[in-house]
Ligand binder design. Structure first.
Ligand code: FMN
Length: 229
């Protein structure tokens, strides 16, 4: 018998406030005591649609799906071209007339079936893009909704124009923001087992970056394995 409780059972047994609530909500969503299908979502925070961040996240999501094709559904959300405005102050409504594409994304992420979220950003001067920061700032709303992302598994991915152009720094800042949501942060799994997916864009192509692609696949697999546990 496995002496370790599953992630869901651990959260429920520990009665860890909202974390336990989220875990129980997940079970209820499946309408059964044992977990059924789950969803893993990638959020691409590049202003360029379909480019290297989106490509890399798709590699992650495909690897996640391969862990248990019959139980895992994946979706890539691209923020490119969307309007994610800042709230003027915490919880304050946006000025009237400001386009806001965040609410439908928030609804999707809060779905109890979503058990894993991978946030990907290009490296912009050794940090995340402004679009990524705007997205993570707006995620503050979940804290006011009984920590709706609590207990979900989170991973981070960064793509830079240089091999070591700030990917780790970008990943770290994304992870730190997601910790504030009581999410369960994981790095990429074996064989490399470090901080997350770190890719190198060469001429708007990541497919030749064998190392980076390997980290993307390991991250996808690890998020899936922990989300299923
Ligand atoms: C404003 C700006 C700043 C950038 N700063 C960095 C950087 O600090 N380090 C790096 O490796 N690449 C940097 N890049 C390159 C991008 O990270 C790289 O092209 C990335 O793959 C773009 O992602 P996308 O194809 O999804 O748009 C920068 C690009 C821009 C536009």
């Amino acid at each position: 018998m496995n002496p370790m409780p599953s992630r869901r059972r651990f959260l429920a047994l520990a009665s860890a406030g909202a974390a336990a609530t989220a875990a129980i909500r997940g079970l209820e969503a499946h309408g059964q005591d044992e977990p059924g299908k789950i969803k893993i979502v990638g959020v691409a925070c590049s202003p360029r649609k379909g480019m290297t961040t989106a490509m890399s996240l798709q590699v992650c999501l495909d690897a996640a799906k391969e862990v248990a094709p019959e139980r895992i559904e994946t979706e890539l959300i691209e923020l490119a071209g969307l309007s994610i405005p800042w709230e003027p102050s915490v919880g304050m409504p946006l000025p009237s007339g400001v386009a806001d594409d965040f609410p439908p994304i928030a609804e999707k992420l809060a779905d109890p079936a979503v058990q894993g979220i991978i946030v990907g950003s290009p490296v912009y001067f050794a940090g995340m893009t402004a679009l990524c920061k705007a997205f993570l700032d707006r995620c503050g709303v979940f804290r006011r909704q009984d920590f709706a992302l609590s207990g979900k598994v989170a991973g981070a991915l960064a793509v830079g124009g240089a091999r070591s152009g700030g990917q780790e720094l970008t990943i770290q800042s994304i992870q730190t923001a997601l910790m504030c949501q009581e999410m369960l942060i994981v790095g990429e799994g074996r064989p490399t087992s470090h901080f997350g997916a770190r890719l190198w864009n060469q001429n708007d192509d990541v497919s030749k970056d064998e190392f980076g692609i390997a980290t993307a696949k390991s991250l996808g697999r690890h998020v899936a394995q922990v989300a299923l546990s």
